[in-house]
Design a protein around this ligand. Sequence first.
Ligand code: GAR
Length: 210
Amino acid sequence: MALRLAIFASGRGSNLLAIYNAVRRHELSGIELVLVLSNNSKSEALAFAFENNISAVHCSQISVGGDALQYEQTLLTILSEHRIDLIALAGYMKKIPKVVITAYEGKVLNLHPSLLPEFGGEGMFGLNVHRAVLHSGQSVSGMTIHFVENDYDAGKIILQERCPVFPEDTPETLSKRVLALEHHGYPKALQIVANQIEQSHSQESNGASR
Ligand code: GAR
C-alpha cells in the first residue's frame, strides 16, 4: 500500500510542485500525496493543493487560538485523520512540535538550502542562507534533505547535492541554482525513505510469519 504523504509548506510551494509532478509522472513510487498543510493561509502552496484536489489545511498556533498544547493536539489530529505515514517539510518556516516529531520518528523530512551542517540553525532560511554562503567565500554550495530532530537543521542526512558558487553570484542567482537541485533531489530522497520503510515493513512481516 502506498505511503500517505503530507507536505508542510509556508510559501511559494515550488518543491511541493516538484514532488506532485514526480508522483503524477510515476517517477516516485509507493507514495501518495494526500495533504498539504500550511501555517500561512495565503500561501501559494495551499492554493495549489486546493486547485488540485489535495486536502489543503491551514493550521498554525495563531489559527487555533494561540495555545501551544491546543496547537500540538490539532496537528496530531489532522495527521491522524488523514492517516499520514510520512511528512515532508518543503519551505516550512515553523518549528515542528516535539510531540509530532516523536509520533513520526524517522518519518519527517526537511529540506535545507545549504550543505548542512554548514549554514544551518535558527534564522537560517531562504536568502539568509545564500547570503551567508556568499559572505563566507565558499566555492561550493548545495542542498540537504535530512530527518527532522528537535534541534534546528539537525538529524541524519538522507541526501545532499552540490553546485558551484561563482564570484559574480548574488543570493538570488545562487538560490536559483540550489532550487534546481532541490526540485530534483526531494523526490529522490522521498524514494529512498519510502524504500527503506517498505523494506522494514516486509522484514517485520517475514519475521511475524516465521
Ligand atoms: C527552499 O529553497 C527551501 O530550501 C527553503 O525554502 C525554499 C522554499 O521554496 N527552506 C529553508 O530555508 C528552510 N530552512 P518553495 O516554497 O518554492 O518550495
